[in-house]
Design a protein around this ligand. Structure first.
Ligand code: PEP
Ligand code: MN
Length: 295
């Protein structure tokens, strides 16, 4: 029986010919396209660690967290100026003011910035301040936004929709690529699968990492913060992601001295934990190099 609209990985050369490994033999069976963001290289062997608050909440908070990320030897800063919240009555982010705070944090630390854009009308504005544009889970299939972001001339971090299949995710990436922008990094952030929500926020789908790598040449990273929703799970989930071959991590960090975060406080780790994760990521990469040389 054939079902309308059903796609499987066998259909990927047709669904995403610009990004499918099969239709781009120059990448062979395992080469990754390196995506560069302000000197940081995704997919070039060494895992990239992006860290920062869930939302930009104040100048002091942003700067304190940015300093903690710098001290921990993180590679990039994150922070939402525009936040996709479940309720319209919840804090929606600081908007333009938040973008300015992110830029100041960049000037103070030299770390490139990634921040989410949710609205086609704001792509130009966000692209002026960010080094990389983030498409959040809820907007993964907002095709007009994907095309607009594709035209913005900045690298894109495309989070997986929380109920998206691999094919839907790569199909979404193709919308960006179709605009001539192949500087795309994929980010697994947990999916809604049984029993998501009972003891963790989502189900961290580590199995998808090798599947992504088998089907496309784009780099793929993992967000252990939204995937688990539990601060104590973030460090082991980060290690597991790296063992599965993730090209990097995106982690939410808080500076509890400047106040409890208004969003996602329970999944936010402190600077010391981040430093341990970065150290693990670096030593994991060095171990892999030694193992490769021994073969
Ligand atoms: C985020 O990273 O800020 C975020 C909102 O995550 P997600 O889109 O994965 O829910
Ligand atoms: Mn968050």
């Amino acid at each position: 029986m054939r079902i309308s609209g059903q796609i499987t990985p066998d259909d990927l050369p047709r669904v995403c010919p610009l990004l499918s490994r099969q239709t781009n033999p120059q990448y062979g069976e395992d080469r990754t396209r390196v995506v560069e963001v302000g000197g940081v290289r995704f997919g070039d062997g060494r895992p990239v660690v992006i860290a920062g608050p869930c939302a930009v909440e104040s100048h002091d908070q942003m700067l304190a967290v940015a300093r903690a990320v710098e001290r921990a030897d993180g590679d990039m800063l994150r922070g939402g100026a525009y936040k996709p919240r479940t309720s319209p009555h919840d804090f929606q982010g600081m908007g333009m003011e938040g973008l300015c705070m992110l830029r100041i944090a960049h000037e103070q630390t030299g770390l490139p910035i990634v921040t989410e854009v949710m609205d086609t009308r704001l792509v130009e504005q966000v692209a002026e301040y960010a080094d990389m544009l983030q498409i959040g889970s809820r907007n993964m299939q907002n095709y007009a936004l994907l095309a607009e972001v594709g035209r913005a001339g900045k690298p894109v971090l495309l989070k997986r929709g929380m109920a998206a299949s691999l094919c839907e995710w790569l199909g979404a990436a193709e919308y960006i690529a179709q605009q001539g922008n192949l500087n795309i990094v994929l980010c697994e952030r947990g999916i809604k699968a049984f029993p998501a929500g009972e003891y963790a926020r989502f189900v961290l789908d580590l199995n998808v990492i090798p599947a992504v790598q088998a089907n496309t040449f784009l780099p793929v990273i993992v967000d252990p913060s939204h995937a688990t929703g539990v601060a104590s799970m973030v460090e082991p989930a980060s290690r597991a992601a790296l063992e599965f071959g993730s090209h990097g991590l995106m982690i939410e960090v808080a500076d509890f001295l400047t106040g409890r975060p208004r969003c996602d406080a329970d999944q936010s780790i402190n600077g010391e934990t981040l430093a341990r994760i970065v150290k693990f990521a670096q030593s994991h990469h060095e171990r892999l190099l030694v193992d490769q040389q021994a073969v």
